[in-house]
Design a protein around this ligand. Structure first.
Ligand code: IPT
Length: 928
């Protein structure tokens, strides 16, 4: 079993080369294989023999993980190894899956050399074909090819792969994700004809000054009919006028690399990556990464992501203004990279390497600086670079993630720089920038990024390879990061952590760490994406799309400013339509500029520039009116329909004149109150409970995270169990005053809350005056009112929407009139928590009530209480009650991103403070 503890690369394979298909024969071996799981690695041999009887075995789908196909279960740890750290040894309890496939060759299979290619085997596989041992695969997310031409038979080939969950390689593969094993990427048999294209490499650079591309090829002749290039010989180079490739305009030229016996279809993108004066450029233009970290995950298939799902990811990214992907923390299925070439995404291709668990040991014994692992490190880099070198979308190579620092990482960098000088090297863990070309950090606070920008730290381009942790509700504070990306030329954007929640579909909900009974796990820390496990966009993704929109539309001196934030393209592909709405109702509309698209006499800005346009002629409005300008695609693109919204802006046109409340009428007849508590119990025909002061929200993941979690402070202060002492209930002629003191048990601090009720005809007004009492030890989750209404369904409001919005995550919400239902107001975060806040409502109708603000309020409405939400650990635990619980808030504490990174910025913190706010209730029977 020594191969399990071998610290070197795999054995028996052929030299790495680029991933391609050609007109040479090939046979996919994906499908149903026979399968047997054993608890230990030392299962007796025998299955590799031709005549072995596997009829008693189960079957398994390849590609796939056995843990998701009824054998064992997934386990989640973030940093810690789920086994004792004693490299290179691994547990004796080592689930081992024997995979067995019998296959025939298609008729006419050529009598030529052939290779068997494994695109991904987790973590270590011993391979036999027709009884002959081929070697060992290592490097789970990297390809391995074995030369097998001499072993093939026309029929009855027997391929056996013994896969071990744990091997020495596991020490190098400690990424923050589920531990899941198996042959999880494709297996292919490829004929490699003598005299064919053994490997190829295309160099296609672009000179932005002359507008010409330089093309050369290795490994075969190159023809690109579209460029009139015929049979370019290896080693020759050609300069010619071309259109460059960029993520914004991913121009690809189709070509053929060929020899006498083989033709490989290729796609060429001309681009040059450079670092000039500390700025990373592509084709001469500074680029800003508006990126995401993408793990490969599917709620049913784990890291065996179906192709159509990879495509769905790319389309969804493009539609939400994502322009870059870091392939955290391993090279993805190569198909994903071909999609990035085609649809246009800048890629940091990251090597399959992470030794994070050694951090728990103070990095003692870390493989990164242990010479026994050097070969494995360099082998991993070599296999990634060779596999992926022909993708124009890849602009940086990344050595891996969270492996501290050491000579082995330096060796990877050195090898890659030598092999491919055209792409700079990225690695976050090299804080001194000794062997990287860009300075990279994760979760640096706004303040720190500001300093890095100001001081041009290390004199290198700076990227945040991870920022804004999208765990649960959030991230807050993306806008302030964007401002830094725009302020400093060397601060070149970043990559949100992360694209998708790694929830696993199970029992009617999405499972996370601990749900499979793992003795050691990191709970829902694996649920931290911009899209839910089923790839529904979360509010965080919508916020991202707005914050990082490539065009900014803003108001300027009575006109409209259009800022082009693309790095490479103009705005010809967009049209700018406007609509004028008064109280959310359209009163006029039109198109900006003189044409359909944003072309025309220089009135539209080029990349990096802005232009000011006059306001269109608008009819007069008297109420609150907003001009909304939408930039949308003129024509369909590969990734979206014509009319797809790329960016928008809103300008205030006229304001509503507030009508003063003449509170003279008597309350009786209109409303009823409890004599003891002073609480409203009835308005018109409606039975109500409350409203009364509320400070609690079901803590978000970000509230729970960080060094000084807000949640802990709130619970210590007892904000989840406030008591309301009624000081007096004072009925007088013009209304009712209820004086209370609201405070947690056991402490001396609190808030005085006075409720002033007045009436005018059918309108009931409540003004709440809040005065802090004593020394408050913490921020407040929220400050507002909570009440209960009879079950209700339809909701309409005029304010910000349509989606949820919080103090530091509200760019995606626009002013308008919105109609929805109570159920649709909920955001089903995998781990239940505060959600669904609608901001700045001027008025709201719900359950026969109309509520008006002075001028605005935030609201949440749900069929369960904040306490129910707080208690629940999975979405299906939330059971509707027969009431609707409505919160009307003056404010909520921001979201921040403290689950990993900075907390709520000072301007978004909510403190106990003296304040007054008012709402007016009108019952439906009184609605005009
Ligand atoms: C950082 C990891 O790189 C990433 O894989 C993920 O675990 C993320 O944190 C949190 O979700 S490492 C952390 C110590 C900042």
């Amino acid at each position: 079993m020594t191969y399990l503890e071998d610290m070197g690369p795999g054995t028996g394979s052929v030299a790495p080369r680029s991933f391609f298909t050609s007109d040479a024969a090939s046979l996919s071996l994906d499908g149903e294989w026979c399968f047997r799981l054993s608890p230990h690695a030392s299962v007796p041999l025998g299955a590799e023999a031709d005549d072995f009887d596997d009829s008693g075995w189960d079957t398994i789908t390849v590609p796939g993980h056995w843990q998701l196909q009824g054998h064992g279960s997934p386990a989640y740890t973030n940093v810690r190894y789920p086994f004792p750290v004693e490299p290179p040894f691994v547990p004796t309890e080592n689930p081992t899956g024997d995979h067995r496939l019998t296959f025939d060759l298609p008729s006419g299979w050529p009598a030529e050399p052939a290779v068997l290619r494994f695109d991904g085997v987790d973590s270590c596989g011993l391979v036999w074909l027709n009884g002959v041992e081929l070697g060992v695969t290592r490097g789970s997310r990297l390809p391995t090819e074995f030369e097998i031409g001499h072993l093939l038979r026309a029929t009855g080939n027997v391929l056996v792969v013994r896969v071990h969950q744990w091997s020495a390689s596991s020490y190098l593969e400690d990424q923050d994700m589920w531990w899941m094993s198996g042959i999880f990427r494709s297996v292919t048999l490829l004929s490699r004809p003598r005299g064919g294209v053994a490997d190829y490499e295309i160099h296609a650079s672009y000179d932005h000054v002359s507008g010409s591309g330089t093309l050369s090829v290795e490994g075969g002749l190159l023809s690109v009919p579209e460029l009139d290039v015929r049979d370019l010989l290896p080693g020759q180079s050609l300069s010619l006028p071309v259109e460059p490739w960029s993520a914004e305009r991913p121009r690809l030229y189709h070509g053929i690399v060929h020899t006498d016996v083989e033709r490989v279809p290729v796609r060429i993108g001309f681009r040059t990556v450079a670092i000039t004066d500390g700025v990373l450029t592509v084709n001469g233009a500074r680029v800003v990464f508006r990126g995401v970290n993408r793990h490969e995950h599917h709620p049913d298939h784990g890291r065996a992501v179906p192709r159509e799902v990879a495509l769905a990811d790319v389309l969804m990214m493009k539609r939400h203004n994502v322009n870059a992907v870091r392939t955290s923390h391993y090279p993805p299925d190569p198909y994903f990279l071909s999609l990035c070439d085609e649809y246009g995404l800048w890629v940091i291709d990251e090597c399959d390497l992470e030794t994070h668990g050694f951090g728990e040991l103070g990095w003692s014994g870390n493989p990164s600086s242990d010479p026994r692992w050097t070969e494995s490190y360099v082998d991993r880099m070599r296999r990634m670079v060779e596999r992926d070198k022909n993708h124009p979308s890849i602009v940086l190579w990344s050595l891996g993630n969270e492996s501290h620092t050491g000579a082995n990482l330096a060796a990877m960098a050195e090898w890659a720089r030598d092999r491919d000088p055209s792409r700079p090297i990225h690695y976050e863990g090299d804080h001194d920038c000794a062997y990287v070309d860009v300075y990279s950090r994760m979760y640096a606070s706004h303040e720190e990024v500001d300093e890095i920008g100001r001081t041009e730290a290390h004199g290198l381009p700076f990227v945040l390879c991870e920022f804004a942790h999208a765990m649960g509700n959030g991230p807050g504070g993306m806008l302030e990061y964007r401002e830094l990306f725009e302020r400093y030329p060397t601060v070149q954007g970043g990559f949100i952590w992360e694209w998708i929640d790694h929830g696993i579909a199970r029992d009617g909900h999405f499972a996370y760490g601990g749900d499979f009974g793992e003795p050691l796990h990191d709970g829902n820390f694996v649920i931290d994406g911009l899209v839910f496990p089923d790839r529904t966009p979360s509010p965080g993704l919508l916020e991202f799309a707005k914050v990082f929109e490539p065009v900014r539309i803003s108001g300027v001196d009575g006109g409209i400013r259009v800022t082009n934030l693309y790095d490479h393209v103009g705005l010809e592909h967009l049209r700018f339509d406007w609509v004028l709405e008064e109280e959310g109702v359209e009163v006029a509309s039109g198109t900006l500029g003189d044409g359909e698209a944003a072309t025309g006499e220089g009135q539209w800005p080029v990349a990096g520039d802005h232009a000011d346009l006059p306001l269109p002629a608008l009819p007069p409005t008297t109420g609150e009116a907003w001009l909304t300008i939408r930039a949308s695609l003129v024509s369909p693109t590969a990734w979206a329909e014509a009319g797809h919204l790329v960016a928008w802006g809103q300008l205030p046109i006229s304001e509503a004149t507030p009508t003063p409340f003449a509170g003279s009428a008597s309350l009786s007849g209109l409303a009823e109150f409890d004599e003891v508590t002073g609480l409203l119990t009835r308005l018109g025909d409606l039975a109500l409970t409350g409203p009364r002061l509320d400070l609690w929200r079901a803590p978000t993941d970000n509230d729970r995270g960080g060094d000084h979690p807000d949640e802990k402070a709130w619970r210590n202060a007892g904000l989840h169990r406030l008591q309301h002492r009624v000081i007096d209930v004072d009925t007088h002629e013009s209304g009712l005053v209820v004086r209370t003191r609201v405070a947690p048990p056991a402490w001396g601090f609190g808030l005085f809350a006075d409720y002033h009720w007045t009436a005018s005809a059918d309108r009931l007004r409540l003004q709440v005056d809040v005065t802090p009492d004593g020394e408050w030890p913490c921020t407040l989750p929220r400050l507002g009112l909570r009440m209960a209404l009879p079950a209700a369904d339809a909701v309409e409001w005029f304010g910000k929407g349509p989606g949820e919005a919080y103090a530091d995550s509200r760019q995606a919400a626009r002013i308008g009139r919105f109609t929805t239902t109570v159920d649709a107001l909920q955001t089903p975060y995998v781990f239940p928590q505060e959600n669904g806040n609608r901001a700045d409502a001027r008025w709201l109708t719900i359950g026969g009530l109309r509520i008006e603000g002075e001028p605005t309020f935030d609201f949440t409405a749900r069929r369960w209480t904040s306490e129910d939400l707080d208690r629940a650990t999975h979405t299906d635990e939330l059971q509707p009650r027969d009431q609707v619980f409505l919160n009307l808030d003056l404010a909520q504490h921001g979201l921040g991103t403290a689950s990993c990174g900075p907390g709520v910025l000072p301007q978004y913190r909510l403190n106990a403070q003296k304040c007054s706010f008012a709402v007016t209730f009108v019952s439906a029977s009184g609605l005009s």
